[in-house]
Ligand binder design. Structure first.
Ligand code: MTE
Ligand code: MO
Length: 407
């Protein structure tokens, strides 16, 4: 065999292996040709089935956010759900071989489940759960905070179906000294060092044992999309979404606060007491973020909308308050001088965002801003402007605003 043909046939062999099937007319492919199926698809919108108006903040790792008007759906579809990755999305997942191991100092004994075990041995529940990245809104902090410069779009509220983490933890059994759970997942550290985890966070037992804390295998009635944790993820609504581990294959029941990657130091922590912008804070003065603060988003109209005078404007959006409920929703068209009530619905279930609407009559032609402010069931309202500066730029729950022109 001539050398050229030899090279061609080995190449063909490896292409066949990669495709998992014969390339029927493979020997007829022009030299140097790569079959379409093997071309690396690098368009993130196609790759992740996202709306082309989503905004890519980073591609190493992939971090993609929505815009306010894209979040208009009551239940966030995959196409408009932000992606937040700390590492590389796992490659080649075989769900039929996936297992979840429960272990840790406080577990009675380690136990391993297949996905079929989980789906057949425990009752299944569906909840609509708000997941907001702790760093959502970071882009507004001054002095600026390092990290993804999220604007408003790192929040979602999809339907998640799975089994209760509690049911599985109770099936394993745990000792009285259990304080925390920590998740482990199969995504890959950016350095590709197999001994390093990109992220391994968790929640206190009380949160782990809530009805709504799920080990989920479906999102919006379908398998979870790859980027969002296929085939199994933890979902702990109302807390920083970093607690909701994607691609989870192990949950440890800890006898101390979980100390996995991004659980220690200053990651996902804020100063326990408020500090001056730019102030240096000692590590021991940081506290772990738990329930997320009250917040809201105007999802219609899109900022920049123009309306004729005399036409009433119907605004709408969502409001959420971590572990709490939103009890009041207001809007202002005079930069916060006066506020009027919006109608706000009850949540689909605990930890789901709530929809609001209001009909606005503008007094005359000109430029306006519509500001929205939610107040939670403990009577804490959103700050009108940027709340407590913190070094890592977490928990910006300032009022959302849109620009409107009346012509
Ligand atoms: N395994 C794993 N789980 C993870 C992450 C990750 O990088 N790896 N990122 C966390 C963070 S910081 C956020 S905000 C949410 C984002 O979830 P989403 O990408 O499904 O929107 O996933 C969390 N779970
Ligand atoms: Mo996050």
């Amino acid at each position: 065999m001539k050398r050229r043909n030899f090279v061609k046939s080995t190449l063909l062999g490896s292409m066949t292996a990669a495709l998992g099937t014969d390339i029927v007319f493979g020997t007829l492919m022009p030299d140097g040709y790569t079959p379409l199926a093997l071309l690396q698809n690098t368009d993130p919108f196609q790759l992740f089935d996202k709306d082309p108006q989503m905004v890519v903040l980073n591609n190493k790792p992939w971090n993609i956010e929505a815009q306010a008007h894209l979040l208009d759906d009551n239940v966030t579809p995959n196409t408009r759900m932000f992606i937040r990755n700390n590492g590389i999305i796992p490659e080649r997942i075989d769900a039929s071989k996936w297992t979840l191991t429960i272990d840790g100092e406080s577990a009675k004994e380690p136990k391993t489940y297949t996905l079929v075990d989980l789906k057949t041995r425990f009752p299944q529940y569906t909840y609509q759960l708000t997941l907001e990245c702790g760093g959502n809104g970071r882009s507004e902090f001054d002095p600026p905070a390092k990290g993804n410069q999220w604007t408003v779009g790192a929040v979602s509220c999809a339907n998640w179906t799975g089994v209760r983490l509690r049911d599985v933890l109770e099936d394993v059994g745990f000792n009285k000294d259990a304080v925390y759970i920590g998740y482990h997942a199969t995504d890959i550290h950016l350095s590709r060092d197999p001994d390093k985890e990109p992220i391994s966070r968790g929640v206190p037992m009380a949160k782990a044992l809530q009805d709504e804390t799920l080990l989920a295998f479906r999102m919006n009635e379908k398998d979870i999309p790859m980027a969002h944790g296929y085939p199994l993820r933890l979902v702990a609504g109302g807390w920083p979404a970093s607690a909701s581990g994607k691609w989870v294959n192990r949950v440890s029941i800890r006898n101390k606060v979980h100390d996995g990657a991004k659980m220690t130091g200053t990651a996902y922590r804020v100063p326990c007491e408020s500090v001056a912008p730019g102030e240096k804070i000692k590590e021991e003065d940081f506290c772990i973020i738990e329930s997320m603060p009250v917040k809201s988003l105007i999802t219609y109209p899109k900022s920049g909308a123009t309306f004729p005078l005399g036409k009433k404007l119907q605004i709408r959006g969502h409001a959420w308050a971590g572990e709490l409920e939103v009890k009041k929703m207001e809007y202002s068209i005079d930069f916060g001088a006066t506020w009027k009530k919006c109608a706000v619905e009850r949540p689909a279930n605990r930890l789901a965002w709530q929809h609001f609407t209001a009909t606005i009559d503008f007094p005359k032609k000109g430029y306006y801003e519509v500001w929205a402010r939610a107040t939670d069931s403990e009577n804490t309202g959103q700050p009108m402007v940027l709340p407590g500066w913190n070094p890592k730029g977490y928990l910006n729950n300032a009022c959302h605003r849109i620009a409107v022109k009346v012509t």
